[in-house]
Design a protein. Structure first.
Lengths: 359, 66
């Protein structure tokens, strides 16, 4: 009964996650400041993604500069929702050659593009400061539910709802296997814990593979390649291989007691390696991966309220599905062993077909 | 209201392609079909397992009778 409740709950949560992943739009952001060819340094186009520049142009304001030295450019027209034509206004000197661009739009709110423009034609004085803006900048309030805009990541931020929960689920199941292996090692008899460790590690391996696949696809879209030589990525691969080795070890041993003891000892090391390679080592070395090697994690900047609305249900939903698969595997192993022990073997029943989930 | 605001905010070309052409709904439909198929498969497996577990228990009980 509990298994069915968990299955229905996981199905409902994951259905919600799929719907939100597909339907919630990406929030607006800036992706470039492009000079207009005929009038370099005088007219620019601010290029946005997911923006709504075509509406409320008169209330749209554009600022450039660095913190403490920001001034305003004139908005000429919105060419479409993602392109805003602006006229540059230059001060006598700059605080820095590198300028950020800020756009305020009544619907999109305040958008920032860091280091949007490099300027060489004006003198630089680090002590330059401009008076504060004469009019306060209200916050945008016209935008509905949306995922946060992040440079480089763009629409692929939706993958956060799939990739990260896979690893959480793997940790959950690897933890179950770890505890079961400890229980088995503490006994001289063959315990059900050995079967629990086997079933949990098998599903953990499955979710680890899904984590690798979703991560590799994400890397292709944000880093430009399927795989990079990164401690987090290599650690994840090694971890999955170690759990694959657990299955090979079990399959290679005939004696049940010997298999239980060796596999349990191996599983303890596998879990420790999982923690070291995925949680500890990447934090002490440079890594492209968010949350590792000095990179801020999504939690710091990107896991805003909309993402949390979907991310937490995704974690619970995938975790429940992992639990259901673990329980299913455990029960199937038990029944299969019992059926094989019968002489003659039990006919599983008329409704069993070649495609049946049962042997 | 939030759902309505989601649906009416699709404005840029990328959003227009994804949402305007109905591809978001296709993604949703495909994902939901796969998920429901998986849930249905597990549900059916659980029912079959329950039957076999009951047979296992009854046969074990018969064997242990004095």
């Amino acid at each position: 009964m509990k298994d069915r409740v968990a299955l229905v709950a996981s199905g409902a949560l994951l259905l919600y996650v799929i719907a939100m992943t597909a339907l919630v739009p990406l929030g607006p952001g800036l992706i470039a400041l492009e000079p207009v060819e005929a009038t370099p340094l005088q007219r620019f186009e601010v290029v946005g993604l997911g923006t709504h520049f075509a509406g409320q142009t008169t209330q749209t304001r554009v600022f450039v500069g660095q913190p403490g030295a920001v001034w305003e450019w004139r908005v000429l027209e919105a060419r479409d929702n993602s392109r805003l034509l602006v006229e540059a206004v230059w001060p006598e000197k700059l605080k820095s050659k590198s300028l950020d661009v800020f756009v305020y739009h009544p619907t999109d709110g305040t958008l920032l593009l860091e280091n949007a423009l490099h300027v060489d034609h004006l003198p630089v004085d680090a002590a330059t400061a401009f008076p504060p803006l004469s009019q306060p900048i209200p916050s945008g309030d016209g935008l509905g539910l949306h995922f946060p805009f992040q440079p480089q990541i763009f629409e692929s931020i939706r993958n956060l709802l799939w990739h990260v929960p896979m690893w959480f689920t793997m940790f959950l199941l690897a933890g179950i296997g770890f505890v079961a292996s400890i229980r088995q090692l503490g006994s001289n008899r063959l315990l059900p814990a050995d079967g629990q460790a086997e079933a949990a590690s098998r599903v953990a391996l499955f979710f680890g593979l899904l984590g690798l696949i979703t991560g590799s696809i994400w890397a292709r879209f944000t880093w430009g390649t399927w795989w990079v030589d990164d401690p987090q990525l290599n650690g994840a691969l090694v971890t999955v291989l170690v759990y694959g080795g657990y299955s090979v070890l079990r399959a290679s041993l005939e004696d049940a007691m010997l298999r239980a003891r060796l596999a349990s000892a191996y599983n303890l090391f596998a879990f420790v390696i999982l923690v070291i390679l995925l949680l500890i080592l990447p934090r002490f070395s440079e890594s492209l991966h968010p949350g590792k090697g000095g990179n801020p994690g999504f939690n710091a900047y990107d896991l805003d309220s909309t993402l949390r609305l979907v991310f937490y249900p995704a974690v619970v939903g995938w975790g429940l599905l992992g639990w259901v698969l673990y329980r299913l595997g455990l029960r199937m192993d038990l029944v299969t062993r019992w059926m094989e022990s019968l002489d003659p073997p039990l006919d599983p029943g008329p409704s069993t077909t070649p495609n049946s989930p049962l042997p | 209201m939030k759902l309505l605001s989601i649906l009416f905010l699709q404005a840029t070309p990328m959003e227009a392609v994804f949402f305007g052409s109905g591809k978001a709904w296709v993604v949703l439909a495909v994902g939901a079909t796969i998920l429901l198929g998986l849930v249905g498969w597990i549900w059916r497996a659980q029912i079959r397992l329950k039957e076999l577990e009951q047979r296992m228990k009854s046969m074990d009980a018969e064997q242990t009778k004095p």
